[in-house]
Ligand binder design. Structure first.
Ligand code: DP6
Length: 355
């Protein structure tokens, strides 16, 4: 009854959730968003989505219904997608289905920057839904089980989103080296990260801010029956084992070897899919070459990774920022209007007190 009264006047939940960049990639899935291999990512801090939900009681039989505004503008296409996502996760929640979800969302990075925003957007949305459930049940605070559920719900929206729920480094997918790792939700790194990697920098070089030509869902699907699928999934598992050790020991060389191997393997899978496709641009390749050359000449700790697109993420320890600066300045020449976003490892999503 109390919960119903609260819904009558509208309940507001608000979360800010960051994007993440995978070092060991998730590429290929089965069933309902179950990854073909375990993946590992750095949760970022500068690129995030802020989402506010006002949940109010809908007339009987009229919910769930979604009104969605992106950066202040009503977006019916996204609204329909979010409504169908909420319907699909409703069985996992205790709240009633007759709810109107008035959702406002926005990114702090330009929509046109070409950064995948599904991880930050879906994790922010999932966190709001979990907070709503808690508010209705009179539960306060953020527990381990709350985050686990938020990660589980995020995954159903977008696989990579489930890793954004945790700060630092997180792992999604069952892996023999990590107790408690799971295909249905992500877990934080189960040991202390070597200080070399604390606050690791990620400068995102925006080679092309446009929409990618082939979506990730299409790409994941093309892994079904891919000639190299089995080898790729086993490569990722082996790479994850090595990456964990590197993160524990502060072994930059292995870290950068695995990170670049994963980036190129991801794009190799795209090129060798049927039909094959290329998401890297000539400027992505020039950047990759320049990074390798700079590393050879200066011995600096710097490496790159790629998402499913042409933009290049330049990773380096915080302590080396000054040394890497000239390289970044040089690489801006290959970016769209010289655009680079300075991001770094962050501490994860934040619950906000919105009105
Ligand atoms: C290349 O998480 O966007 O970024 O589950 O279909 O939403 P869906 O896919 P998505 O795939 C991300 C792929 C990747 C690698 C990664 O983040 O692990």
């Amino acid at each position: 009854m109390e919960a119903e009264d609260a819904l009558n006047s509208g309940i507001i939940t608000c979360w800010q959730s960051p994007s993440n960049i995978a070092l060991v990639k998730y590429w290929g899935k089965k069933g309902n968003q179950i990854p073909a291999n375990a993946s590992l990512s750095i949760t970022l801090s500068v690129a995030y989505t802020l989402t506010r939900i006002k949940a109010s009681k809908a007339p009987s039989g009229k919910g769930p219904a979604v009104i969605f505004r992106f950066e202040g503008v009503l977006n019916e296409t996204f609204g329909v997608r979010i409504e169908s996502f909420i319907k699909s996760v409703l069985p996992h929640f205790t709240f009633p289905k007759d709810i109107i979800f008035d959702i406002e969302s926005g990114n702090n990075f330009p929509h046109s920057a070409g950064i995948a925003s599904s991880a930050s957007a879906m994790s922010a949305l999932a966190l709001c839904l979990c907070s709503l459930e808690n508010k209705l049940a009179g539960i306060d605070g953020i527990s381990e089980s709350f985050l686990q559920k938020a990660s589980f719900i995020s995954r159903i929206g977008s696989g990579s989103a489930c890793r954004s729920v945790f700060g630092g480094i997180s792992v999604w997918g069952k892996h023999p080296a990590i107790d408690g790792s799971d295909d249905e939700f992500a877990v934080p790194l189960p040991f202390e990260l070597h200080p070399l990697f604390a606050g690791i920098r990620d400068t995102i070089l925006i080679v092309d801010p446009g929409q990618k030509r082939v979506s990730s869902s299409v790409g994941h699907n093309l892994m079904k029956g891919h000639a190299y699928a089995a080898a790729r999934f086993s490569q990722a598992t082996t790479n994850l084992t090595a990456m964990l050790l590197a993160l524990k020991q502060g072994d930059w060389e292995t870290f950068s070897l695995i990170t670049e191997n994963e980036a190129l393997s991801l794009h190799a899978m795209m090129m060798t899919s049927r039909p094959g496709y290329l998401l890297m641009h000539s400027n992505s390749l020039k950047i990759i070459d320049k990074v390798a050359e700079f590393r050879k000449q200066t011995g600096s700790a710097v490496c790159y990774t790629l998402d499913a697109g042409p933009n290049v993420h330049i990773l380096y320890p915080e302590s080396d920022s000054d040394k890497i600066k000239p390289l970044i300045e040089e690489l801006k020449e290959y970016c769209h209007q010289g655009t680079a976003i300075e991001d770094k490892m962050g501490s994860g999503p934040e619950k906000l007190n919105c009105r």
